[in-house]
Design a protein around this ligand. Structure first.
Ligand SMILES: [Fe+2]
Length: 436
């Protein structure tokens, strides 16, 4: 595909991609992240391109979404999946002759022109592994997994395919996959994921919504916050309500996953000598300077004690923007370098800090017109990360959707006391700002 020209971004109907305008409705406060709106968005996204007022028409076509919506409300969630007997959920990354390259994106599964461009940018980096941190829009059901992740083309739209790494690919589930009960993610997406043969067939499958990718010096933990976030419609979007476990919107780790995590860390973490360094990945954000966030998973991690005395990098999405935070004590005893990377494929939220914020090392305030016909409707810039693992040194490149440019590079290396030595260099002319 040819690169998107952000001085005059094409309309979706010209490119046969799904509508960014429909996707952008998710930015509406409170209602925007709800299961009800996702059902309406899903109907709207299937309507013929070029139709006038697709959002309004979808809303008026009550029969198309009201019955399915109530089915969503009363559906049975897929049973929580763990790894079957004989499968550990630990996947050796292998040791390539040069550095191991792992591409990461979150909130990518929109089927928009931007998601296709980010996929092309990821592919161009020739990753050994690709990781998606969840959210396939708008409901993540079987049809949307096929169209937005597996490249299936329909009458109205060209499909978009998630780029698989040469050695494998893994994915977390987000709240959107759970809005339809999680069956699409478990039954259509997971059978394609895991360690892969050179021809893309699966060598060792990712069976559950969590995984551990292991190297000689690093442990990459993909941990599932999506399953317990689909919950009771609308309530989950109301600030403060996301801490009530009974509503199933607190994004907590399931007890079965915690049991796996404890057992896994007992095995993969050396008993003597230097510990391996950990990268935690979740769909939901453990903190935010811009919107509500989810504290339960961080508390569960601290209670489990697997990261005692060790600093770590925490990558996550759900919030549709790029923010790099300074080292934080996320909850008592848990010290992380949090990085919000939910700018993978959704129209990115406009990011403005209300007041200076010490916690924010860098964020991306840049905006562009959503398309040529709507110059006053502004959104931010999409992108992805490339992790480069070379021995005990991690380099993270933050790639912009525009020309795949690197906006920021940082490195991490574990010191003798479990602390992380960190360096960071920003490309000065490329628009990231500090929170100060
Ligand atoms: Fe999400």
């Amino acid at each position: 595909m040819s690169a998107i020209d952000y001085s005059k971004p094409a309309r979706s109907k010209q490119t046969r991609h799904k509508s960014r305008h429909i996707a952008r409705l998710s930015s509406i406060p409170v209602f925007g992240r709800s299961k009800l709106l996702s059902r309406i968005q899903s109907v709207a996204a299937q309507s013929a391109p070029g139709r006038r007022y697709p959002q309004m028409m979808a809303f008026l076509e009550v029969s198309k979404w009201l019955v399915p919506y109530f089915r969503d409300v009363f559906h049975k969630n897929a049973r929580y999946r763990t790894y079957p007997t004989g499968e550990s959920g630990v996947f050796p990354a292998g040791s390539p002759s040069s550095a191991l390259r792992v591409a990461v994106a979150a909130d990518w599964g929109t089927g928009t022109l931007e998601s296709e461009q980010v996929a092309a940018n990821i592919k161009a980096g020739k990753p050994h592994f690709t990781l998606h941190l969840g959210d396939v829009y708008h409901l993540g059901d079987a049809q949307e997994i096929e169209e937005n992740c597996l490249g299936q083309t329909t009458k109205n739209y060209g499909g978009v395919a998630w780029p698989f790494g040469s050695r494998g690919s893994f994915a977390l589930m987000g709240n959107h996959e759970m809005y339809s009960g999680g069956q699409g993610y478990y039954e259509r997406f997971l059978p394609k994921l895991g360690l892969l043969h050179g021809d893309g067939t699966v060598k060792s499958q990712q069976y559950a919504g969590f995984f551990c990718l292991e190297t000689e010096h690093w442990i990459l933990l993909g941990l599932d916050t999506g399953y317990h976030s689909g919950g009771i419609p609308l309530l989950g979007a109301i600030p403060g309500v996301n801490t009530i476990p009974a509503l199933n919107v607190d994004a907590r780790f399931d007890d079965k996953m915690l049991k796996w995590l404890k057992a896994t860390m007992d095995v993969v973490q050396p008993k003597t000598g230097a510990k391996k360094t950990v990268i935690v990945m979740t769909h939901h954000q453990p903190l935010s300077s811009f919107e509500q966030y989810y504290t339960k998973p961080a508390q569960q991690l601290a209670d489990l004690g697997i990261l005692d005395g060790q600093e770590f990098v925490w990558l996550y999405g759900h919030e549709h923007r790029l923010t790099i935070y300074r080292k934080q004590e996320v909850v008592e005893g848990l010290v992380a370098y949090p990085r919000c990377i939910g700018h993978g494929g959704m129209p990115v939220s406009v990011s403005k800090l209300r007041k200076p914020d010490e916690k924010v090392l860098y964020y991306d305030p840049r905006v562009h017109a959503i398309d040529v016909e709507h110059p006053k409707t502004k959104v931010g810039y999409n992108g992805h990360l490339m992790l480069i693992l070379e021995g005990d040194r991690l380099t993270i490149e933050y790639h912009d959707i525009v020309k795949n440019r690197v906006l920021l590079t940082e490195t991490f290396r574990q010191g003798p006391g479990g602390e992380l030595e960190h360096t960071c260099s920003k490309a000065a002319e490329r628009g990231l700002k500090t929170g100060r």
